[in-house]
Design a protein around this ligand. Structure first.
Ligand code: TXD
Length: 320
């Protein structure tokens, strides 16, 4: 009889809370790129279970052996390395902005509390809108150190800017690097000076009017897709953006990515989550990078912060 070495195999686990468009597409990306096992959770068990089974049945064709579990039971999410919160409601007819804020705030608070009870050492990645405010609430209720909580938006906004630059110049997206900071809203701050084609700032490749047009299209990137689709919003690029964060954390890549990070003095801002460049490693946010901004760029960032602060104050007032 042969003797087998007794080893404990602990698979890498990512829990995705909310099995809607973004959540299910993210689950697919994580499993099919063979990055980690995925637990997909939603309020009702049927949808996540069905999606998980569907993804499992594609494993042979996609060439991986990752486990995908669908559930409505937080116990199944235990010991996740990363918890991604995508749970939330879209705005419905007759619903005010405040109604949506209150509803999503309650959902994010509840799902964060339940998820971290079973994964106290996880890194939290928030996706639910309004993004910067929801990330703050999740951090507050989690009691986690701020480097273990972050929000996804800047990568998506930068990816949109990158696409528009590549389309305008007719060059490969691979050669374009774009940087968008600030909140995930109308006042986000695309930075042309820090956006390049093979290292050349776009300010040397395009006239100011063209850049302005691309900046405006980036700011309206989400709305452009909602208007085209009529029901629902973007989810492929958002899922790819979240995947990029998850990969950088799990693989300890230390990629420099714009993410909603907690600021305590950086850029002259305090006690707020907002999109800034940060290094993502297995610990979470390794370090926020402070760019040397021009006065007008800094002013734009502060204006964006003011808008987040305003919504955050409203959200905090609504909380019990
Ligand atoms: O850049 C970004 N951060 C964003 C944010 C880009 C795209 C989408 N963005 C926001 O993510 C969007 O405005 C929403 O707030 C979330 C999720 O978007 P998605 O398109 O995936 O929404 P869906 O398809 O409506 O899915 C939401 C799911 C749905 O299956 C609900 O049943 C579930 O969330 N849900 C819950 N799951 C668990 N627990 C609770 N309480 C719950 N409530 C709703």
């Amino acid at each position: 009889m042969s003797t087998y070495l007794s080893v404990t195999c602990i698979p890498t686990r990512v829990s995705v809370i909310g099995a809607g468009h973004v959540g299910s597409t993210l689950a697919q990306r994580i499993a099919e790129k063979n990055l980690a096992d995925v637990i997909l959770l939603d309020v009702e068990a049927g949808r996540p279970k069905g999606i998980a089974l569907d993804l499992m049945e594609a494993r042979g064709l996609e060439g991986h052996d990752r486990q995908i579990i669908g559930t409505d039971d937080y116990r199944d999410t235990a010991n996740s390395n990363i918890v991604v919160i995508t749970a939330g409601l879209p705005r419905r007819p007759g619903m005010t902005r405040d109604d949506l804020l209150r509803t999503n705030a309650q959902i994010v608070i509840e799902t964060t509390q339940k998820a971290i009870a079973h994964s106290p050492d996880a890194v939290l990645v928030i996706i639910t809108n309004p993004l910067d405010v929801m990330t703050y609430l999740a951090w507050k209720v989690s009691g986690f150190p701020s480097y273990r909580v972050m929000g996804m938006a800047g990568i998506l906004d930068s990816s949109r800017f990158q696409t528009f630059i590549a389309m305008e110049l007719g060059v490969s997206t691979a050669d374009v690097h774009a940087m968008v900071l600030g909140g995930h809203g109308d006042l986000m701050v695309p930075l042309p000076r820090f956006s390049t084609v093979s290292g050349i700032p776009i300010t040397e490749l395009m006239d100011p009017d063209t850049i302005h047009r691309l900046v405006e299209r980036t700011r309206n990137g989400g709305a452009e897709i909602v208007n085209l689709m009529q029901t629902g919003g973007a989810y492929f690029a958002p899922a790819s953006s979240a995947y990029t964060m998850v990969e950088s954390i799990l693989c300890n890549q230390s990629r420099l990515l714009p993410v909603a990070s907690y600021l305590s003095g950086e850029y002259g801002l305090n006690d707020i989550f907002m999109g800034v460049p940060a290094f993502l490693s297995c610990r979470g946010i390794e370090r926020v990078l402070e760019l040397d901004l021009k006065d007008e760029e800094r002013d734009a960032l502060h204006q964006s912060a003011q808008a987040i602060r305003h919504t955050l104050d409203d959200a905090l007032k609504m909380m019990p």
